[in-house]
Design a protein around this ligand. Structure first.
Ligand code: NIG
Ligand code: FE
Length: 412
């Protein structure tokens, strides 16, 4: 496949690596460019004036991108798209004044989704999740991480992880799977150690045996898993070969960032409640800060201090957190717009955070996240528009014309 007359090809990098601080504002590009794909791989790109004459002849596999931009497909490094049903009645309760914590206290929230999940067959759960995967694919997502955490029983968690495994096998998207210790089920509210034992002695051995997860995640928060409990679960995860990712500092300054860094977590995610100590802690680590501003938007929480973090030299990732309770949307273009508008990230910073840095947070950067020879051809072709900043500027409008996944075009 050949794409010609590209108005501007964005995210062109010879040696892609995680972007921090000032480097986040650079989105290298080629104007009036072409891009050549063989099979599922990017093999060449350059300026139209340098295109090989043999490539110039128009054949049916040529896409003329006159007036359009081409960029890497989104890399969404934090989602919970495997869930059953939806929770719009809690959404209405929140409008009427209840808080996220109050809803959780009443047996709503995660427990509500867990009940639905355990009442849903594996086949039906796969069907609902597949639909969400196709939906985010049409919005330009080419790589995605998916978590368990709505089962809260051995069978329920395994059901979720087996659905993720099946999604991996059947979808052309790159998928990473994460076991999430999300909350205590009601019957273990006062028996925390008994539930942790269930995770460490019953679930993790099966997860390892059936190769059901790439990462282990814990919701470290007041009323959920304490720092000490998080530490205990991560240590067990390590013994079963799982690297850490943490739900950290969403509702309070809970120590989640520190426990993530201490365990050399791949990423610390959410970060609505972040002070100078946490920023300093992240700066001295390899843990990638992942911001989930659509969850802050939906729950009316303060936004993540992205500006302060980037200005302090940190690199950040943006992800949708697509889940039924705090972000029932996996719309990456909206996330990028929201991050520009409310977090004051520049369009270049937001796009880097949602592509290359997102790939790094899934350890998929050798394969996706930039326009690089040898990487998988996961690409977005935009509609005709005046500049790249027009994409977040016209928030809520669909400016994606085509999505190419593994070298194959689909028209949303
Ligand atoms: O990432 N913070 C914890 N978990 C999810 C939301 C869970 C839910 O409400 O269903 C999140 O925001
Ligand atoms: Fe989450």
């Amino acid at each position: 496949m050949l794409i010609i007359n590209i108005k501007e090809l964005f995210g062109v990098r010879e040696k892609p690596h995680f972007l921090k601080g000032k480097a986040m504002s650079e989105l290298p590009s080629l104007k009036n460019a072409y891009l050549q794909i063989e099979g599922e791989t990017i093999v060449d790109y350059g300026e139209m004036k340098n295109i090989h004459p043999a490539l110039r002849k128009i054949d049916p596999s040529v896409i003329d991108a006159t007036g359009r931009f081409v960029m890497p497909a989104w890399c969404d490094s934090h989602t919970h798209i495997v869930y059953a049903g939806s929770r719009e009645s809690e959404f209405v309760d929140k409008i009427k004044g209840l808080t996220y914590e109050e809803i959780a206290q009443r047996g709503g929230g995660i427990l509500n989704s867990a009940k639905r999940l355990n009442d849903t067959s594996e086949g039906e759960l796969f069907r609902q999740s597949w639909k969400r995967l196709q939906e985010v694919r049409s919005l330009g997502t080419g790589a995605i991480e998916i978590k368990s955490g709505y089962g809260l029983t051995v069978e329920g968690e395994l059901k979720m992880l087996r659905v993720i495994k099946k999604l991996k096998a059947q979808s052309d998207l790159l998928i990473k799977s994460t076991f999430l210790a999300h909350t205590y089920p009601l019957e273990f509210r006062t028996e925390h150690q008994a539930y942790i034992r269930l995770i460490t002695h019953e679930l993790l051995p099966i997860i390892e045996r059936e190769k059901l997860a790439d990462y282990i995640d814990v919701f470290c928060e007041n009323g959920f898993f304490s720092v000490a409990e998080t530490q205990q679960i991560l240590e067990a995860g390590k013994r079963f070969g799982l690297k850490a990712k943490i739900h950290a500092n969403q509702l309070s300054n809970s120590g989640g960032v520190q426990v993530a860094v201490k365990n050399d977590a791949v990423s610390a995610d959410h970060l609505e409640c972040l002070g100078d100590a946490e920023i300093a802690c992240l700066k001295n680590s390899n843990t990638i800060p992942t911001l989930l501003p659509t969850a802050a938007f939906f729950l009316r929480l303060p936004y993540q201090p992205a500006r302060k973090m980037i200005d302090a030299g940190l690199g950040v990732t943006l992800a949708t957190d697509y889940n039924p309770g705090s972000s029932p949307s996996g719309n990456m273009p909206f996330l990028v717009a929201l991050s520009c508008i409310q977090l004051r990230m520049t369009p270049e910073e937001a796009i880097n955070a949602a592509t290359l840095n997102g790939a790094c947070a899934m350890e998929l950067d050798p394969s996706v996240g930039s326009i690089t020879r040898g990487k998988i051809a996961n690409l977005i072709i935009t509609k005709s528009m005046p500049s790249l900043a027009f994409l977040p500027y016209s928030f809520g409008n669909n400016l994606i014309e085509k999505v190419i996944i593994k070298g194959v075009t689909t028209q949303p």
